[in-house]
Design a protein around this ligand. Sequence first.
Ligand code: NAP
Length: 306
Amino acid sequence: MKVLLLGKLGMLGSQMLKALSGSEDFEMYAFDKDDLDISDKDALGEIFKRISPDFVINCAAFTAVDACETEKDTAFRINAEAPGLIAEACAKENAVLLHISTDYVFDGENPNGYKENDVPAPINTYGESKLRGEQLIAENWDNYYIVRTSWLYGENGQNFVETMLKLAETKSELDVVDDQIGSPTYSKDLCEELIRCFLSPFVSDLPKQHERTMNSESDKAGNDSPTKKLPFGIYHLTNSEHTSWCGFAKKIFELAKLDVKVNPVASEAFPRPAKRPHCSILQSTKLDCKMRSWEEALRAYLQLTA
Ligand SMILES: NC(=O)c1ccc[n+]([C@@H]2O[C@H](COP(=O)([O-])OP(=O)(O)OC[C@H]3O[C@@H](n4cnc5c(N)ncnc54)[C@H](OP(=O)(O)O)[C@@H]3O)[C@@H](O)[C@H]2O)c1
């Protein structure tokens, strides 16, 4: 199966490339900004025509949440218009599109979190641009999976875990916000689940060839890769359970055995250009799998990177 991956150098994209490159099932074509600007319609058209992909994964995005406030045009060009162009190109080539979106499409006012069909109401430009991207995909092509995830960390990327570990080198006490709740998600876990749920059903013999770690509750229950293609549409996928940034920081220091005192503070203590939703919990009601807890995933990440 010919797979076109966009955003191959990003945190999630690099995991996807690593995971998929080893498999004979996938003929990989991977790009990032320097090879292909996803907002360049002509360049996209040429690449799609040349490769004629069966499956397209879009991990490329403008993810600097605060910078989106001052660079609105860029945010909408990359996070909104470009996914629309990608969907249009997918339609021409009859390729399935897997696109990654975010918890930030919601306003965060519901303390129980959000289901896939809940009405989005973003409170910052990043969320607005990502939501518009979702809408433009749906306007241009039917065969898409939009997967919303949250609070990503992992190898190959600037992220909260690395920031905390770096700060611990010079600080013994830190203030961290405790009024934003969400599910930290390990990019490697997300990548494996994306492949299992969305890509693998398009390749009949994939489970035999694609080795994966036992990282989800459905694995532990003995379930193998789903064989059925999921209906196209919007899905939510994160590590399970939730916490605050403060709880996340405390767990990082506890697991890394670092003696750093963490003080809970309100978001107002850290004024930033972009507002953040208070509740970023994404309820997953359409998938039968449940990813392992964020704590288990964090433990695995810290062991791997120690
Ligand atoms: N990170 C999170 O906490 C988080 C949470 C929820 C959802 N998501 C979503 O998950 C997806 C992956 O996120 P991530 O954290 O892996 O992002 P990332 O590390 O920022 O990677 C995005 C990649 O896209 C590239 N890119 C930017 N503009 C481009 C363009 N015009 N053409 C081609 N490539 C371009 C970036 O290059 P440069 O770095 O050189 O700009 C980068 O390599 C995104 O859709 C994001 O919205 C992320």
